[in-house]
Each structure stands twice: as C-alpha cells, then as structure tokens.
Design a protein around this ligand. Structure first.
Ligand SMILES: *Cc1c(COP(=O)(O)O)cnc(C)c1O
Length: 367
C-alpha cells in the first residue's frame, strides 16, 4: 500500500523557522513585535491596499470587518449559499440577519444576477466569497453595491493573489478579509487579516481588535471590543510565507496544469472554469463528477480513492441544507448550490507533489 496522501499540508521550507527563532530569542512572542507590523505592511501592499489589520484568524477578520462597518441587529447582509460557514457565522455574531443568494454554475460564486431581488431597506452589505480561488464578478457586484449604497466585504480566504481584470481580489471592497489557516494558500498556522484603503475603518478595526481600548488612554474603553490580535510568532511565519508567495502560486498553477492534462475531456468530469477577465489561483484542486456520464457518483469515487490511501474532500455543503441556516433562505430559490455541491470533489494539492503522484491519482480516477 502506498503512503497516505493528504488533501493539503503547509510548506514551511523558507525563512519560517529562522524568523520564529528570532521571536523566541528576543522574547517578542505576543501580539506586539516587529513581524506583525511588517506582515501587515507587506501583505496589504502585495494585494494593493493601503492598510492591513492582522487578526487571530479569518473568522475574526470577518467579524472585525462587520463590527467596524457598524453592522448590527435588524440589518441584513447578503451571503452566498455555497461557502465555508465562517462567512455566515460572522454575520450572525453581529446580530444581523444573513440573506442567502444562490451561486452561478460556472464560477461557483455568488450569482450577481440574483442579488438585487434580495435587497431591501434593511440590507447593509454584501459579502462576495472568491471560492476555491475563483474571483467573483467584482465589476457587477460593485455596481450593485454603489447603486444601493451597500458595503462590500470581500471574503478572500481562499484566493490570495487571484485577480479580476488585472487587479487583485481584496482590493475592491470597503474591507477584505483573508485567512492564513494551515491549509490556505499562505499560512500562519491560524491567522487572518483585514485590508482597507479607508484610514478611519483601519483605526476602528485596530481599536475593536484590542478590546475597544482608547488608543490615547490606556485601559479606558468606549466600545465593547474583542481580543482578535495576531501574535508576532504567527506574523513571523506569515512574513516568511509572503517572501515565497509567487513561488507557491506558481507551484500550485503547475499542479493544476498536470491534473488538467490528465482529466480534461474525461467523460463526466468538469474542471474549474477559466474566465478571460480573471486570473484564478489554486487553493485546492477541485472538479465536478456527473454521475450519469462518469458511471459512479462523487461519494463512490471518494471511497475508491480512500481505499488507495488518497484523502479527498467534498465541496462545501450549501448553507441552506443545514438546519441551523435554513431560515436565512428566502423564497426557497437555492438550487444550483445543491446541484454543484453534490458533484464536487477536492483532490490532494501539495506543494511537494511530483508528477508521478498526480498521475497515479488521475489513473485511479480515469479507470
Ligand atoms: C477558511 C475560510 C474562512 C475562515 O478562516 P479561518 O482562518 O479558518 O477562521 C472564511 N471564509 C472562507 C471562505 C474560508 O475558506
């Protein structure tokens, strides 16, 4: 039996250890320290925004963004039906009501054509999620947001470095939120960041991140805040990862090309789509399986691969299919998210994968 192949694992072969050692040797291991500032500055400039506010994880980044924008009870926030739960949970933490919108079948992202019918006087914000590294149609989403005066918070947790019309995702909305969890494109173990071009929002986020403490008067609090800070240890790893982001993205692109070369044109397999105006990045290589043409369904394929020691993952389940979120589905019009989700399978995407491993996985899929 060949070795177990996981879906994802961090690649820490650069200066990560060196920078973490520096934190330990100098005693700067909590949330104050040079690497936090450096990571905020370098990551925000990499994406193309003015300010970065590093957080303890991607979920706290989303919550921090919503809090800074003043989203609260009785407000409504538009969220795609197909995403990781953190997107909707962050809205629920504020007391606001999430409103689920179906996805588009080619991008698997929120369908901008279905947003307007969900907007009313209570709607305050849209959270587009660039799912599996595929950029949303930001031009249309920003048009709608401008027309109805809504905030846009981009959830970029799976799309570091992806571009829409030559501009990186995370530079379009009022605030964008990234995750640096262990399986994301670059990682700090746990970690996140909010980016913005708005100085006032940046300052608000810094205060809320630090218990709501008045920056001019220590231990004086005007607002109920949180401890959502990133540690210098996490940021040290982030700085080292960011040094290699182009290399990491390049390797991921190569993995996509090799997988695609084997799986393209296989009956019943749909690859992730490339749009002319977007540069997608690869978070986890994901395909759709059409049971009637492929012969077996997604879950049967997952079983076959598991028996061969290959880990896979199903696509996220649509939020409305879970009891705790069904009430945020209005008009029962969420269909494509279910249709796409049940067919989706994510395959191992490891930076140190060789061609032979990918070929072996593909041969098991094709036969
Ligand atoms: C990973 C992820 C998050 C949350 O990030 P954490 O760092 O795990 O809290 C949010 N949204 C999406 C789409 C994600 O994939």
């Amino acid at each position: 039996m060949s070795n177990f192949i996981p879906v994802a694992s961090p690649a820490l072969g650069g200066n990560e250890l060196e920078y973490v050692k520096r934190c330990v040797k100098t005693n700067w291991i909590s949330s104050q320290g040079q690497f936090v500032n450096q990571f905020e500055e370098e990551f925000s400039s990499y994406i193309g925004t003015q300010f970065g506010v590093a957080t303890s994880n991607g979920t706290t980044a989303l919550h921090l963004a919503l809090e800074a924008l003043g989203i609260k009870e009785n407000d409504e926030v538009i969220v795609p039906d197909l995403t990781f739960v953190a997107t909707i949970n962050a809205v629920l933490y504020t007391g606001a009501t999430p409103v689920l919108v179906d996805i588009d079948k080619d991008s698997w992202n929120i369908d901008y054509k279905k947003i307007e019918s969900k907007i009313n006087r209570k709607t305050k914000a849209i959270i587009p999620v660039h799912l599996y590294g595929q950029p949303c149609n930001m031009e249309k989403i920003m048009e709608i947001a401008n027309k109805y005066n809504l905030y846009v918070i981009e959830d970029c947790a799976e799309a570091h470095g992806a571009e829409y019309k030559g501009k990186k995702v995370g530079s379009f909305g009022d605030i964008s939120c990234f995750s640096f969890f262990g399986n994301k494109i670059i990682t700090t173990g746990e970690g996140g960041m909010c980016l913005t071009n708005n100085q006032e929002l940046k300052e608000k986020m810094r205060i809320i991140r630090d218990h709501g403490m008045d920056p001019q008067k220590r231990y004086w609090h005007k607002k109920i805040g949180y401890n959502y800070r990133m540690t210098n240890l996490q940021a040290a790893i982030g700085v080292a990862q960011l040094e290699r982001i182009e290399e990491i993205l390049g390797k991921r692109e190569t993995i996509v090309k090799i997988y695609d070369s084997y799986l393209k044109g296989v009956k019943g397999i749909t690859l992730q789509k490339n749009f002319k105006d977007r540069k997608r990045v690869c978070w986890i290589y994901t395909i759709l399986i059409e049971e009637n043409k492929y012969g077996i369904n997604r879950d049967e394929l997952r079983d076959n691969l598991r028996k061969n020691n290959i880990e896979t993952r199903p696509l996220f389940y649509p939020l409305h299919e879970m009891d705790i979120y069904i009430k945020y589905c209005i008009n029962n019009d969420l269909r494509l998210s279910s249709k796409i989700s049940e067919k989706g399978i994510s395959l191992p995407t490891l930076l140190n994968m060789d061609d032979d491993t990918i070929r072996r996985i593909c041969e098991l899929i094709i036969c």
